[in-house]
Ligand binder design. Sequence first.
Ligand SMILES: Nc1ncnc2c1ncn2[C@@H]1O[C@H](COP(=O)(O)OP(=O)(O)O)[C@@H](O)[C@H]1O
Ligand SMILES: O=P(O)(O)O[C@H]1O[C@H](CO)[C@@H](O[C@H]2O[C@H](CO)[C@@H](O)[C@H](O)[C@H]2O)[C@H](O)[C@H]1O
Length: 471
Amino acid sequence: MPKAASTRITPRLTPLLLSLAPLLHAWLPRQRWFAGKGTPVTGFSPVSATELLPVDGGGLLHLLVRAHQNGTPGPGDCYQLLLGVHHTLPTRLAPAFIGRPQDGPLAGRAVYDALQDPRLAGLLLERLRTPGQLGTLRFDRALSTAIPAGLPPRRLDAEQSNSSLVYGDTFILKVFRRIHPGVNPDLELPLALARQHCSRVPAPVAWFEATDLDGTGEPATLGVLQPYLRGSEDGWQLALRALSAGSGFLAEARALGRATAEVHTALAAALPAVTLGRPQTRLLAAGMKDRLEAAARAVPALSPYVPGLRAAFEAVAGTPDDGHSLEAQRIHGDLHLGQTLRTPDGDWSVIDFEGEPARPLAERREPQPAVRDIAGMLRSFDYAAGTLPQALDSARAGETPSPWNAEWAAGCREAYCEGYAEASGTDPRSEPALLRAYETDKAVYEVLYEARHRPDWLPVPMAAVRRLALP
Ligand SMILES: Nc1ncnc2c1ncn2[C@@H]1O[C@H](COP(=O)(O)OP(=O)(O)O)[C@@H](O)[C@H]1O
Ligand SMILES: O=P(O)(O)O[C@H]1O[C@H](CO)[C@@H](O[C@H]2O[C@H](CO)[C@@H](O)[C@H](O)[C@H]2O)[C@H](O)[C@H]1O
């Protein structure tokens, strides 16, 4: 690691950070949440380092580091790490082991992923209970909800873009991994929804941020604690279970449509909504075309379908003088079945308002047509129907899904739109060109996502690409 240039790193911690670099080199790219997979890491530079517990004993180090990668423009992605330090690592923490620095103040000590250590994860909760500043970190909370001391933590297995800890089956803490300057919509939107008394989204109870990330003066959200919906199941698991059992999912899809509409209505009331005129609509379509072209460069299998898919975007750009306008508001931004939870009493909640992690934060925080979320969910019904082993086999062979699967997905898509229309008074199907454009944009995103993260699943969005590219 190059020498720290900022006052966010005290001289005492500088040699320690230098000695950690070789460990991070091996460990960071292997993490599920590491966004720069496939491009070698060339180095790290520290952004900030804070001892939540002095590392001289058996400590907890909070670290923000930039990972530099070959051929990647810009300053490099910034990651949040919570590192434990121990003389000897107990056997139960062996899976959390990162390495032992060869030199520097931590020479020979075990450095490990602190979120897997209940003692250190407990300490993080304790910090969240007591608002205040520690170095460049600021801890805050909604005083209306009590956070009991000593809730036992457990790490959630289903690690995606971030890491989550459940405390006593009462709260869940999401620790963001890739950090951007600015408030994360996963804090901003649930707080705004709580102000609207929208019960569809668990309200943030506490959160922490880095103050003044990179000297921009802007805070960056690092983690959010919210109520844990005990015993809930996500929409993805429920949909797959229904499909495997040969059951319908229409009532659930309709209820999900209603829940989405309630969230959209509350977001439109809470935060500024705008009208997009022709120039902005054209920009929107241009963005979709750019993403398509970039995706086709990265995944050549997309190339034959580019002209057909582009037509969907051109239909939105339309003609210059038809007085066209679009309503835009804050939306979820990455809505799919896995972002919905059904509680044991049958209510649906919506989680994870971070938006598509690969997009810049400023873009994710812009008002957008609500249809974009609808399109995301419609893709998800299609995904569920295309993911059952037999459906996946036929997709891999380039065949169309079985009539039962296609019928299941089509029924859910209709029921979802009906539920949405019932609760909001606006039927998303009344804007077919926009809906199709967003569905196409999402399928293109999914092709890139699957190529990078789950190549085995690539046939699922590719089947949609083939369908959407037809005139
Ligand atoms: N409030 C909650 N109650 C119960 N489970 C939750 C809650 N929030 C998230 N989860 C569980 O944690 C998982 C990961 O959460 P998510 O916000 O989607 O994180 P990521 O950004 O890493 O994808 C979800 O799929 C869900 O199973
Ligand atoms: O959950 P994340 O916010 O990390 O979202 C990313 O990962 C999702 C997969 O976990 C991905 O969703 C795609 O796969 C889902 C099934 O696993 C499916 O329901 C979605 O429709 C499909 O888009 C999401 O796109 C990605 O951003």
